[in-house]
Ligand binder design. Structure first.
Ligand SMILES: O=C(O)CCC(=O)C(=O)O
Ligand SMILES: [Fe+2]
Length: 183
């Protein structure tokens, strides 16, 4: 079973730049809408919830269609809803932006229902060093494409990490699809 499903050029460079610009406006306007992860040994990144940003409905519509197709083509999971806002993370070299190995399935009532994780690469690969998204479905480590606009989808239970960003800033968008427990 291939666990990493990728859609190159799911979004154009111009569309990625529009998403980055929209979250940057929110960040400068309203610090309350901006999350800062607390456990810096696990993760250092700034977060913006897409549901808090006006004018990004087209992004969600595109992502829903991509998840639907990936599930038909590959995963065949019992997916029922998108129970959380997508989030845009910004990993900045100036504060060692990274996300250590983890699975997205959590203890909470919503996080426990996560079944697929989708990550959209928003930044131009040449605009940052490091910051690779790596997925470890079994013994081998797979690297997600760094190409701007590429979408990577994998089961939320698979371990994954974002290696530290050494220069520049990496922006990515994450969306989860939810459903009942595996059986
Ligand atoms: O930024 C990424 O590429 C991955 C983000 C992630 O793993 C998460 O939000 O759970
Ligand atoms: Fe994750």
């Amino acid at each position: 079973m291939t666990v990493l499903y990728s859609v190159p050029e799911a979004f154009s460079p111009g569309e990625c730049d529009r998403i980055i610009a929209a979250i940057t406006v929110v960040r400068s306007k309203d610090a309350m809408l901006v999350g800062q992860t607390k456990d810096h040994t696990l993760r250092t990144a700034k977060l913006v919830w897409v549901d808090d940003v006006d004018g990004l409905d087209w992004v969600m519509n595109r992502l829903i269609e991509i998840v639907r197709k990936s599930n038909v083509d590959q995963f065949d999971f019992d997916l029922r809803e998108f129970a959380e806002s997508p989030q845009v993370a910004s990993y900045n070299a100036s504060d060692n932006g990274h996300f250590a190995w983890h699975s997205d399935i959590g203890d909470g009532p919503v996080a426990r229902k996560r079944k697929l994780t989708l990550v959209l690469q928003l930044s131009l690969p040449s605009s940052y060093d490091g910051g690779d998204l790596e997925i470890m479905p079994s013994a081998q480590v797979l690297s997600a494409s760094r190409a701007q606009g590429c979408v990577s989808i994998f089961p939320s239970f698979a371990l994954h990490q974002v290696v530290p960003v050494h220069s520049g800033v990496r922006h990515s968008l994450t969306l989860w699809a939810h459903g009942p427990a595996f059986r």
